[in-house]
Design a protein around this ligand. Sequence first.
Ligand SMILES: [Zn+2]
Length: 470
Amino acid sequence: MNYEQIGFKCGIEIHNRLATKHKLFCNCPARLTDKKPTKVIQRKLRPVAGEMGRVDIAAAHEYLKDKTFSYQVFPDTSCLVECDEEPPHEINQEALEIVLQICKMLKADILDEVHIMRKTVIDGSNTSGFQRTALVGINGSLSTSLGPVTISNICLEEESCGIVEKNDTNVTYRLDRLGIPLVEIGTGPDIKNPEHAKEVAEKLGMIVRSTGKSQRGIGVTRQDINVSVKGGKRVEIKGFQELDMIPKVIDFEIARQVELAKKGESKEETRLAKADGSTDYMRPLPGGERMYPETDIPPIIITKDILSKIKLPETWEVKLAKLEKILPKDLANQILKSEYLEIFEKYYKTNPVLVATTFTSTLKDLSRRGFEISNLTEEHFAELFEKNLPKEALISALEKLCENPDAKIESDAISDDSLRNIVKDVILRNPELAKERKVGALMGDVMKQVSGKADGKKVMRILQEELNKK
Ligand SMILES: [Zn+2]
């Protein structure tokens, strides 16, 4: 496909949850909870006119559905601010500083005054009927393999509620997610083709992660893609589960748009990506009518003093060079893009390759086999890597912890002395094999006896040593 010829225009917006101590406008911890809700509150939401006196088309569309919204209240992660029964507190300074750091990394112009705005959202995902958002940086630039991509806006926002269930008349949300700080980074329409869109999304994710303050797990990073073709209208696509899906979904969408443009039926709208790469209609594209100022919080002046305290983290080029010194090239690249990079950097020392492959492939494999890997915490990894378990023992320990996060992991690796005794015994019992130096067969026998409790390389070394004594 010649993307230039069809007038391909594409920009991307990523949202990434930040790992701060507390939420953006209250003191609740900025994390999801595993507690049961203690209360449920209900709301009806209606649209209000924006600054220009008009009601946003997307908001009006939601209002006509006349839904009732229920919100689960949690004892540890929601307060009156999330319920919209108390005004927001002062903005979270830690979150603001992370976003300033991201602005610096993307060489953006930082605004002198940060104004909190209310963005009308009445699909129920905010109890107040709006999302608080603040523009912090503009006119940045991201370098990519196809040249620089303009960064048009960098915002600090509050995360919406998590959805629990919905039917035609009622939607239930949970309040623990509401108010977690989010960074939003939007590019200009400079993306050249669908693969390039994936690269840009990947690099923006890496920029956020290099602050060391990105949350981890499913759903913490979301991408919205804006795309249009010559003769068509702008369409926004949401709901990408994985970066790998991006090129496929865009290709599907431009094929659809080229057809619509021919018939002159192209419409501005928001669409939802499906697993097969196609998209479904979601709602009209929101317009500029939905913003108005948050009057409960005064503007924040970004002084030279604040800016001088913001230090740049290590760039990912430098990071990659360091990783390539301890890992094979491919693995270094994979771990650099991994959401576990930070944990890897803390605990790789005992066995860099084993620690890296645990994060790049073992966890994926466990998840595919139905294990609940979200039960694994940093403390678990710290403990396991500290014990320096052989690979097989490490995997079975991870399986155990997925099933029961409180499980005790015994360091059941066999001591060098007992390993040597097993090897000696095997040689003694198989004099013919030993004489002919059938190392493979002897090795197999030893491994069967130690069943995953000893490292293969170590067994091989001891076996060779013992054979050499003969
Ligand atoms: Zn709160």
